[in-house]
Design a binder for this molecule. Structure first.
Ligand code: NAD
Ligand code: ZN
Length: 381
């Protein structure tokens, strides 16, 4: 037996997608929301998919916006909650796109909601006709600073988070910080957990802003409306720096071929805790805890100075986040979590640890003993 012919095909694709922060997105004077990703407008029927809670809060303004500009628009909602990240919801959206005769490229659907809605609509768009463009309007802090620049989507499947999904970046993401004004405070704090991560891995100035303005940012939901913030605009600055940092990191590794990702900082031990905790922990809450656990590992290796470690603990407290959870006191659980993550990273540890606030190093030789020691220490925080 031998091969008689052999073909190798190669192709590459240039990817370009835009993230725009705007104000007054729901004001009919602002054309952004009705524009197609290239900037044109269309009279053909489109679909807006809304988170149910967001529909209650903003649905009538969104309908007024499209009505007042005579843009033909249909609407559907997805109930709130991570348990809605299902293939059934993806299919429900695909059915609706089919019913409306959504085109290959001229009538992109719009996703208005948090990460859950972005993920299910993104996946429906990726599958429908083998991929159509879609427009993202994230309405949570996490969705605005993290999901907004991501190329990924996904649904939970057979008990695993994001087990089914694709890479299918949205060509246009529209951010309006005004959406955050109605977000429950706990969701804001959780979003700040992801901002904190970004500060720790690469942006000391962002960390300084969190130290100076953390509590007021949470209280004002980053709206810069109070006497302390009106002139300095830390809400704007924090959002801008967090998105810029994320965009820089993702752009150089969009398809995640390189598994050495500093943006995964704080996400190594936290997934198991996030999945198992009752009462439920939000994603950013678990990330803040995971970030502090890794800071403890770095402190013990004398990579991270004690003074920086103390600043991190104080900052977490000031954001109204908990530094740790009982489960971080369970070294066996953490070892299982680590083994899971290492499997996900192709068998390598690729563990980012801090060498200071804003700088990291990857280590490949973390030992069980180190996990045990750090686990005992965070148990006392
Ligand atoms: N694809 C990616 O790269 C990526 C990145 C980050 C997160 N995610 C996914 O996103 C999900 C988490 O996202 P999330 O934190 O935005 O959660 P979410 O979408 O569940 O929203 C959180 C809650 O806030 C409510 N809400 C949304 N906007 C609101 C507003 N403006 N005012 C009041 N309430 C509002 C929602 O109804 C929901 O109850 C996870 O499933 C995660 O896996 C994906
Ligand atoms: Zn995250």
């Amino acid at each position: 037996m031998k091969d008689i012919s052999h073909w190798v095909l190669r192709a590459s694709q240039d990817v370009r997608f835009e993230v725009v922060e705007t104000t007054g997105l729901l004001d009919p004077q602002n054309p952004r929301l009705r524009q197609l990703p290239g900037g044109d407008e269309t009279r053909a029927q489109r679909l807006t998919v809304l988170d149910e809670v967001v529909d209650d809060l903003f649905g009538s303004r969104i309908r007024d916006y499209f009505d007042s500009t005579s843009t033909p628009m249909s609407y559907m909602t997805v109930p709130a909650g991570d348990e809605q990240k299902t293939i059934e919801n993806v299919l429900r959206i695909a059915s609706r796109l089919n019913e409306l005769g959504t085109e290959r490229s001229g009538t992109p659907p719009i996703a208005v909601g948090g990460g859950v809605v972005q993920d299910v609509v993104g996946m429906a768009a990726a599958l429908y006709r083998r991929g159509i463009p879609y427009v993202r309007v994230p309405t949570t802090l996490l969705g605005q600073i993290d999901g907004s620049v991501s190329a990924k989507n996904g649904v939970n499947f057979e008990g695993y988070r994001n087990r089914l999904g694709t890479f299918h970046p949205s060509p246009l993401t529209l951010i309006d910080r005004a959406f955050i004004a109605t977000l429950p405070e706990r969701q804001v704090r959780s979003g700040m957990g992801e901002v904190l991560k970004m500060a720790l891995i690469k942006d000391p100035e962002l960390f300084r802003l969190l130290e100076e303005f953390g509590p007021v940012l949470v209280q004002e939901r980053l709206q810069d409306t109070g006497p302390l913030t009106h002139d300095r605009k830390p809400g704007h600055e924090v959002m801008h720096r967090a998105i810029t940092g994320m965009a820089e990191e993702l752009e150089k590794n969009l398809w995640e071929k390189n598994l050495l990702r500093i943006v995964d900082y704080g996400h190594t031990f936290s997934p198991v805790v996030e999945m198992r905790s009752l009462p439920v922990l939000y994603h950013g809450e678990a990330v803040a805890m995971g970030s502090l656990f890794c800071a403890t590992l770095a402190l013990n290796r004398q990579l991270l100075p004690q003074s920086d470690f103390d600043r991190i603990v104080n900052c977490i407290h000031s954001l109204g986040l908990r530094p740790t959870h009982e489960m971080f006191g369970d070294a066996d659980l953490l070892k299982t979590a680590f083994a899971d993550t290492v499997r996900h990273r192709g068998g390598a540890q690729h563990l980012a640890l801090l060498t200071g606030i804003g700088s990291t190093v990857f280590v490949e030789d973390l030992t069980d003993k180190e996990i045990e020691l750090a686990s005992q220490m965070v148990g006392k925080l």
